[in-house]
Design a protein around this ligand. Structure first.
Ligand code: ADP
Ligand code: NI
Length: 217
């Protein structure tokens, strides 16, 4: 099968899998990560086919939406890719991206990440920042019926991996527990460059939020 045809089939598969997903983790999130990955790859290099497939499949069966099961997504992606008779080396590289992309409180034992993982991870993190990151975060908080903000529940900057996954804290806390940390966790130069302005926008947003909350303006 031609690469283009494989990408087309993968897009259809992912759209099907994510139908009805929460608005911050739906096909449009994948679409943005896919586009961003290609933009970053144009500057940084890497195997574009692996990057494209990794970006498209990175959130299939997210463990958050499958009772914390972290094996389901990679297994589904492997079955799907095998059904398209793609070479084993490509499949392994794509599965490696899916298994290692997640933030999970910033905990990762990987010292050396392949460039393809670095790029898709940067793209996924960029989509967690800036105006879109803010929108996704409040959408997720609403989906989980969380408080938007509670001045008496401060953020916990040192959450363990388990505590991060199980956190029920107000949505504003998530900015400090994850979003504002992402700028310094970007892997690639192009990722860092793109993260800077998005980061500043979130800081401005928070300043305005507190001013309004405290009736200062
Ligand atoms: P990762 O898998 O890299 O940990 P997630 O899928 O958990 O990333 O997070 C993706 C986005 O979902 C976050 O950037 C945020 O917008 C939203 N989100 C996840 N967890 C929370 C949370 N506890 N509170 C608010 N938003 C969240
Ligand atoms: Ni994602």
């Amino acid at each position: 099968m031609e690469k283009e045809q494989i990408i087309g089939r993968t897009i259809s598969f992912v759209k099907e899998q994510l139908a009805g997903a929460e608005g911050g983790h739906d096909w449009w999130h994948v679409h943005r990560v896919y586009q961003l990955s290609k933009e970053i790859a144009a500057v940084e290099g890497g195997n574009l086919f692996v990057i494209e497939l990794g970006a498209l499949l990175h959130d299939v069966a997210d463990s958050k939406f499958h009772q914390g099961d972290e094996t389901k997504g990679p297994a589904m992606a492997r079955d799907f890719l095998s059904s398209l008779s793609i070479g084993n080396s490509i499949i392994s590289q794509v599965i490696f991206i899916i298994e290692n992309i997640s933030y999970k409180g910033g905990y990762s034992s990987l010292l050396q990440k392949p460039l393809e993982l670095q790029i898709v991870q940067d793209a996924d993190r960029l989509d967690a920042t800036g105006a879109i990151g803010i929108a996704r975060t409040f959408n997720y908080g609403g989906y989980k019926n969380r408080e938007m903000y509670n001045p008496s529940i401060p953020p916990d900057l040192n959450l363990t991996r388990e505590a991060y996954k199980n956190s029920k804290a107000p949505t504003i806390d998530h900015f400090y527990e994850k979003l504002l940390k992402l700028k310094d966790l970007m892997n690639t130069q192009e990722g860092k460059r793109r993260a800077q302005q998005r980061h500043e926008f979130m800081e401005l947003y928070l300043e305005q939020f507190y001013k309004e909350w405290n009736s200062e303006i």
